[in-house]
Design a protein around this ligand. Sequence first.
Ligand code: ATP
Length: 296
Amino acid sequence: MLHNFGSINLDHVYRVPHLVRPGETLASHDYRVGLGGKGANQSLAMAKAGGHVCHWGRLGRQDAWARDILSRAGVDVSHVALVDAPSGHAIIQVDDRAENAIILFPGANHGFRRADLNELVAATQPGDWLLTQNECLGLDKLFPLAGDHGLKIAFNPAPMTEDVLKLPLTRCQLVFVNRTEAAGITGLTPDAGGEALLDALVTRLPATEVVLTLGGEGAWYQQGNRRLHQPALSVKAVDTTGAGDTFIGYYMAALQAQLPIDACLKRASIAAALAVQRPGAAESIPNCDEVERAIK
Ligand code: ATP
């Protein structure tokens, strides 16, 4: 079982001709609300990929429908608590070139206490994977607790904040970063180039497996001296929201199924390429059959 300590958000998605500028009032021509949050998206992607995932999260009491979506997809939601706080939510703009801009209100996602972290770790077996992102508080305490218990930590430092630099990242077995997160961790600029970013990441985290995703430029993997590149599929992207989450969920499910790393990268990149061709985040994550068909 993989345990995902992760955010659950309600995504309010607005289609706009361009991302709103300072002082501008902009009419949106389409609006949808759905399940989101990097944590929930990654659990959903992992379950759709056929993985076994238990989600640890919190939602406002009125939003049990979001938990039901995860449950129907096959995620174990026995540790998703309904609490007296507003659910985390995101206001997402997507423009006609498929670029996005996001405002995030963490809400219930920031309500975890030390006792919750102890409960999570006590419910796991040494050797289990613990996946997490940077949308819930308490990672500074969780990493040492989980590491000392023998859990393998997979971390996606998204969204990138200064707090990530204070975390004991060397406790992580596996780190997934995009260009912005790689730049934030290494101090390079996001346009430094994929291999330069990867070199700097590996120098900073020599004992960690690093997966660097670069949108349409594909993804890099490195552990020690072993470096792999997975090109992205050439597709017409309509909305890249959730591409990284789809990639990570499919990658972790493939890892859980003990596929070799190059196969994990390939499945993840095919799943993400399918996701970017559809609008939305959670609803754009393909199911396992679609990915299987695309692989053949
Ligand atoms: P987001 O935050 O938008 O969810 P991200 O920035 O975390 O995404 P990216 O690096 O943009 O993640 O993309 C993750 C993976 O998705 C890429 O490595 C690639 O495999 C796939 N992908 C993203 N954009 C495209 C694209 N335009 N065409 C094909 N594949 C893509």
